[in-house]
Design a protein around this ligand. Structure first.
Ligand code: MRU
Length: 346
């Protein structure tokens, strides 16, 4: 299953706003549509928005009629707008910069060759992400024991990546390995990625799961129903501080208090080694109506009540038991281990 497809230079995506009720596929043909799809979460999840942004760039520039100078002018402007569409997940900027470097390396070639190189690089990023998911799943095998009850937050599966997922990739592999796991799924207020997307994915893959509201986590941990927490990440600073969906930090605090291991799963492209700590990670603030209304229309609160709506929070590295990456499992102290793992040739 793939939530984004690029075939015959046509960009199609599964519009995640309609899940789980309907599977609606849409085509993206312009830069504006691509940016809107990312901002409004038709397409979401750190690795997937990077992949989708690269394809958007390809379709947006495909029909550009001008000369090479004009092409690169449009190209740089488009990259800048796409990068700014969501600020927290570093995978977005990382993927776009890769396509930018590839296009620049073809600078001396005709525009048609540059466009071809951009398409190939975008497809390569997509294919590589699927492999990164497989490697994360393999590296995460040892943390999941038989019969484990795993709590997860938000959505980190094939609706969020170019493959099977990060945290969910580990979960799918444990299920395939017949470990008889059960997944507790946080509904993930306010946009319900857990309830709408993760529960949908898990049911489709026949993984035993139980949906809970976010405020039930403490209680089920106290009842010893949870053996471990596994979540994804949008950006990881070089000290291990991790930005992920709002509510992740509370789970990490609760896990520590109940002596439950708390794992983050992410590919190397989610690390931002230019940042010293989580304090430097930009946190996206979203529309207050996401909190005030259900499904964009049903009032849940007074119409004009002031709302605080950050999309992500920062979990300090000291609360993270280990980070499962495509390159291996990284343990604290992260100040040293992250660099060592990411720059080794494992
Ligand atoms: O706002 P979203 O739905 O894009 O947030 C997604 C998350 O927070 C995921 O946990 C994260 O991107 C990791 S996806 C492998």
């Amino acid at each position: 299953m793939n939530a984004v497809r690029f075939e015959n230079q046509t960009l199609l995506y599964l519009d995640q706003r309609y899940l789980p009720a309907k599977e609606v596929w849409r085509e993206c043909t312009t830069l504006h549509q691509g940016i809107q799809a990312i901002k409004e979460l038709h397409v979401r999840g750190a690795p997937l928005i990077g992949i989708f942004a690269c394809y958007t760039l390809c379709v947006a520039l495909e029909c550009f009629p001008g000369d090479k100078k004009g092409f690169f002018h449009q190209f740089d402007k488009a990259i800048c707008s796409l990068k700014n569409s969501r600020p927290t997940a570093v995978n977005l900027a990382w993927a776009l910069e890769r396509v930018w470097r590839k296009a620049r390396s073809f600078e001396q070639q005709p525009v048609s060759e540059i466009k071809h190189a951009m398409r190939e690089e975008s497809k390569q990023i997509h294919a590589e992400d699927a492999l990164l998911c497989q490697k994360i799943a393999r590296n995460g095998t040892s943390i999941v024991h038989k019969g484990a009850c795993i709590l997860t937050h938000c959505n980190t599966g094939f609706l969020a990546t170019g493959g099977e997922g990060t945290a969910l990739g580990i979960i799918y592999k444990a299920h395939r390995d017949r470990k008889k796991i059960t997944v507790y799924v946080d509904e993930t207020r306010p946009l319900l990625q857990g309830a709408r997307l993760t529960a949908w994915e898990l049911m489709k893959q026949k993984v035993p799961c139980m949906l809970i509201t976010d405020n039930m986590a403490a209680s089920i941990m106290r009842k010893r129903l949870i053996d471990m927490v596994i979540v994804g990440a949008d950006r990881i600073a070089r000290n291990g501080d991790t930005a992920n969906k709002i509510g992740t930090y509370s789970l990490a605090v609760l896990a520590r208090s109940h002596k439950i291991p708390f794992y983050v799963a992410a590919p190397f492209s989610t690390f931002d080694l230019s940042l010293k700590s989580g304090d430097d990670i930009p946190i996206e603030q979203r529309d207050p109506d996401e909190v005030r209304k259900a499904g964009g229309s049903i009032p849940l609160a007074p119409e004009d009540v002031p709302v605080y709506n950050p999309a992500f929070d920062i979990t300090p590295g000291r609360l993270i038991t280990a980070i499962i990456t495509d390159k291996g499992v990284i343990s604290p102290p992260y100040g040293r281990s992250i660099k060592k793992c990411l720059f080794s040739d494992v």
